[in-house]
Design a protein around this ligand. Sequence first.
Ligand code: ZN
Length: 332
Amino acid sequence: MFNQDAFNAYVEANRERFLQEFAEFIAIPSVAADGRGIQPMADLLTERLRKIGATTQQFPLPEGGSPVVYAELKGAGEPTLMIYNHYDVQPEVPVDLWDTPPFELARKDGLLYGRGVSDDKGELLSRIQAVEAWIATQGPLPLTLKWVVEGEEEISSIHLPGWVDEHRDLLNADGVLWEGGGYDAKGRYIFAEGCKGIAYFELHAHGPAMDLHSSLAPMVPNPAWRLVWALATLKGANDSILIDDYEKHLAAPSAELLARIDAAPIDDLPVDMQQYGLGGWLNGMDDHRADRDDLRHSIWLYPEGIEDGAARARLREGRLPPRPEPDAAARA
Ligand SMILES: [Zn+2]
């Protein structure tokens, strides 16, 4: 039986030390984008994992990539849970938006501030500390843990797929706990069923070598229109996706998964309709349908956003012939 009182008392008794350890994690600027502090962070983490009795290993990656820190902690039971975290952080820029120094743990009104407090040093270290508290108050873990902690998550995990291919023997597990977790706006713990993948597409259309006066629009090809036409081949006006055979690439959600969504409360959708000034969901869907549709379409394949990054084509203004009136043209 889990002795929660003993567990909580242990956490309480060690609160200041846990926070001190957290401050040490935050103090190392392990920014994968420029390699700063990566090795010291990998070393501090390896040391911390050893203190809970884990066997640890650092795997150097090619091209000077951030090492993968791998740890195993044998428990009393059969199942194996793999935990993924990352010890790198986003760069601290722009610095002037910080009220406190980014690499100093600050406490303010019961909240903690610093780069990596969330995503992902907070999640990473609190898991290690929770395991410590468990072992100290309940005895050996009921399962075996395998920890994979990478240091390149914020630069798209560039070397991780190669590392996974080479170390499949290490990675057998009955389940994986992902890097984060949290509470919804109503304070309920969130369990995620999976993660979406992201595919980015950037469309560039090239036009004249310099910006031209808009009066020349009738005779000069306009790259902005070419982008608009290209986008219009992806989705119809009723939001149906026009890509050939798109449906064939969708995996249908299982009945079990849909039943679990049906059972979950829908009183905290990810977007607050009022706050964002929305008159309703797409195509008049009700909350339930919107909740389900978000899952059905966007988990598997969905063009979520298309950015016009290079400003090669900018939709800036439209010159209208003398008639119709501008408002009428805009409505049309
Ligand atoms: Zn993350």
